[in-house]
Unconditional design. Structure first.
Length: 172
């Protein structure tokens, strides 16, 4: 998908390769926009200028991004979300909010209810999302290593017996 997008995306959109994040449901495509010229000196002014440039990119590329997203959905069966980075500002445009079934025992539900009662979250669903984000922040290095290991497992699995060119004919 990364190679296909590298060839499919207009060359003037981003300054380099896009950052791709994919799960079973969605692909997030985030690219770096060309730098501001001139760069505002004040932090607040620079942040406002970065947000403005990202908003302009979002509006001016909307129709073409929708078309590319439809192609990705047809090809890989996943929804596409877009985002852009500029300087220290990163914004992600509409992403999916996918329901996830989970079974929790009373102690775990009490944790979620405490977060709701304390006003940290508006619902159990939001509290659970907050907990997952917090765990992700504090274990990012470990999760990165785990993702790398899974990528290697997929590579080895694809090279294994029955994965060659005649594999489809043998299974038929």
């Amino acid at each position: 998908m990364a190679g296909w997008l590298a060839g499919r995306l207009p060359s003037d959109w981003f300054t380099g390769p896009v950052e791709l994040t994919a799960d079973r449901d969605e692909v997030l495509v985030v690219g770096e926009l060309p730098a501001l010229d001139p760069v505002p000196v004040e932090d607040a002014e620079r942040t406002a200028a970065e947000r403005g440039r990202i908003a302009r990119f979002r509006e001016s590329t909307r129709e073409e991004r929708i078309g590319i997203a439809r192609e990705v959905e047809e090809r890989w069966g996943r929804a596409v979300a877009w985002g852009a980075r500029l300087g220290s500002t990163r914004e992600v445009f509409t992403t999916l909010s996918v329901p996830t079934m989970t079974r929790l025992r009373q102690p775990e539900r009490l944790v979620l209810d405490t977060l709701v009662d304390a006003g940290v979250a508006r619902s159990r669903s939001e509290a659970l999302a907050w907990c997952v984000a917090l765990v992700g922040e504090h274990t990012e290095e470990w999760l990165g290593q785990l993702r790398q290991a899974l990528t290697e497992v997929e590579r080895v699995r694809a090279a294994g017996p029955g994965a060659g060119p005649g594999a489809a004919a043998e299974g038929a």
